[in-house]
Design a protein around this ligand. Structure first.
Ligand code: BYC
Ligand code: FE
Ligand code: FE
Length: 475
């Protein structure tokens, strides 16, 4: 018999100590997870003591415990948000019925597929970010990277819990497979495209956590509406962690911009070559990175017309962002949605059946939210008295999924010939040279209170600690 004290080793609010079947499944999986963390997690970090927050319960004082720990000793826990009494199915054909505490047989394979797709992104992002610790711009930033990494690890646990608890043997096999696919692997890649792209430098990391973790926010919100209550409650707790990831991205880009503007003002320069000569990232390069991460991320919402999306909604598996705040009938059978499509060489909005357009609805909600943060970045530039402005590219720009995937479109929404695209793409997406320049700035700064030349310090530290606190101790 096992002598593990489960609430100590695996903090949880799912009664793990009384669930033998789940214990056995997790006991098999956990060593493989730790092996994965050792091999694919943050490189060279095993002995560092990192100032991390650990969730030990879902109450406001318990979920954010801070202290220095080694990451392999992080207590990856399993938490569901508190149940909502008498929760109902809030949309789709079963609207009004009781929410499901178990998986209805007929929806089993679709639900499993959604959970596996969600789960696959979590370890993928850790793999994408595994080398970044070697080139951190400060101990403060290094700590934030590691915080994001351990929480993405916990998000994998969250999905593995659902698979092992509710999907029997298939679920256990999927849980293993989540550790076997790897980001960028030729033979066993991660499921979604954006999670096979490298995250080679810290500007890419900040853009990723701003844009791609925000896909997490929207997808998790849609899944938090699910009629399958354990999925809903799991996603609701994950969302509390997601806010920090997006903060890391938004503030990281803002600090990069602030430093660039400071140098531009100090020397009275605007020409990107002169700006680069001072060792900071010129604003046009920031725009190209933004264009890349924005376009790759909006592909993650799937095709604009999707019968999968219609099925997921009608069967109650996946709702819309803020489903219950909307005032329509939540069935959507007779509704339509304006979809941008290419017709006779022009971009034209066509009304399409709403149910088939739900990927696009979520993408548009996401785009609105993304654009508001770009506005906040522009205020940093404006405050410095500079006229440059960052802009979200057109949603048809650089798409690989959906109806624009075979057409070349400029960031301002013009349909282009292949030759026009090739002649200009260097101005729109990061070139090899841009990436090499950004890479050349990536040194390793870890002395408490010191920051790389290309980025400003943050205004305040983590958990009200001073900025020059020793966030990571090296042993
Ligand atoms: N790449 O009908 P469609 C996060 C496939 S991020 C490659 O539109 P559907 C995080 C699709 O599989 C949140 N393939 O698909 C962030 C389908 O294939 P089959 C992640 C793609 O199913 C940062 C075909 O194309 N969570 O948490 O309606 C750090 C037809 O497409 C892609 C979720 O995504 C792609 N981008 O929509 C850490 C939520 N897009 O069946 C974590 C769960 C589509 O023809 N997932 N395909 O072979 C879903 O809800 C859906 O799977 C999707 C796709 C919205 C992603
Ligand atoms: Fe996540
Ligand atoms: Fe995240």
């Amino acid at each position: 018999m096992s002598s593990i004290n489960y609430s100590e080793k695996i903090p949880n609010n799912v009664n793990l100590s009384e669930d033998r079947v789940l214990q056995r499944a997790l006991e098999q999986w956990q060593p493989n997870y730790l092996k994965w963390w050792d091999q694919m997690g943050p490189e060279g970090s095993q002995n560092m003591d990192v100032y991390l927050r650990t969730a030990i319960s879902t109450t406001s004082d318990g979920w954010a415990q801070f202290g220095h720990i080694k990451m392999p000793d992080y207590r990856w826990g399993i938490f569901l948000a508190a149940p909502e009494a008498n929760r109902k199915v809030n949309f789709g054909e079963a609207k009004g019925a009781d929410a499901w505490q178990d998986v209805p047989g007929e929806f089993r394979s679709n639900l499993r597929r959604i959970i596996v797709t969600q789960g696959d992104t979590e370890p993928a992002s850790v793999e994408q970010q595994r080398h970044l610790g070697l080139t951190c711009p400060s101990g403060y930033d290094l700590r934030n990277l590691f915080q994001v990494n351990v929480e993405e690890g916990r998000h994998l646990w969250a999905m593995v819990y659902l698979l092992q608890k509710y999907f029997g043997r298939d679920g256990r096999e999927e849980a293993e497979a989540l550790l076997q696919r790897n980001s960028g692997d030729q033979d066993k890649p991660r499921i979604l495209e954006a999670f096979n792209e490298p995250t080679p430098d810290w500007l890419a990391f900040y853009m990723f956590t701003y844009f791609t973790d925000r896909d997490g926010k929207f997808q998790l919100n849609a899944l938090a509406e699910s009629a399958f209550d354990p999925l809903s409650r799991t996603c609701r707790f994950m969302l509390t962690e997601e806010a920090h990831h997006m903060f890391v991205g938004e503030s990281g880009v803002a600090r990069t911009i602030a430093r660039t503007c400071e140098v531009m003002k100090q020397y009275g320069i605007e020409d990107p070559a002169q700006v680069r000569a001072k060792g900071v990232i010129d604003l046009p390069t920031l725009q190209r990175y933004l264009n890349f991460h924005f376009s790759v991320t909006i592909d993650l919402f799937g095709a604009d017309q999707s019968s999968n999306a219609a099925t997921f909604y009608s069967t109650g598996l996946k709702g819309r962002f803020e489903e219950t705040k909307r005032t329509d009938d939540h069935v959507l059978k007779n509704d339509h949605y304006g979809i941008l499509q290419i017709s006779n060489g022009a971009l034209i909005e066509t009304q399409m059946p709403m149910l088939n357009s739900l990927n696009e609805v979520l993408r548009d909600d996401y785009i609105r939210d993304s654009v508001s943060g770009i506005g906040r970045w522009n205020r940093v530039i404006e405050k410095a008295g500079l006229s440059f402005r960052l802009l979200a590219p057109h949603k048809a720009f650089n798409r690989h999924i959906g109806s624009f995937s075979n057409t070349r479109i400029s960031p301002d929404g013009r349909i282009l010939s292949e030759a026009e695209w090739q002649a200009n793409v260097r101005n729109w997406l990061p070139s090899e040279e841009d990436r090499a320049y950004v890479a050349s700035l990536m040194g390793r700064v870890v002395e408490p209170g010191k920051f790389a030349n290309w980025i400003s310090p943050p205004p305040i530290g983590i958990n009200r600690q001073p900025i020059d606190s020793e966030y990571v101790r090296f042993n």
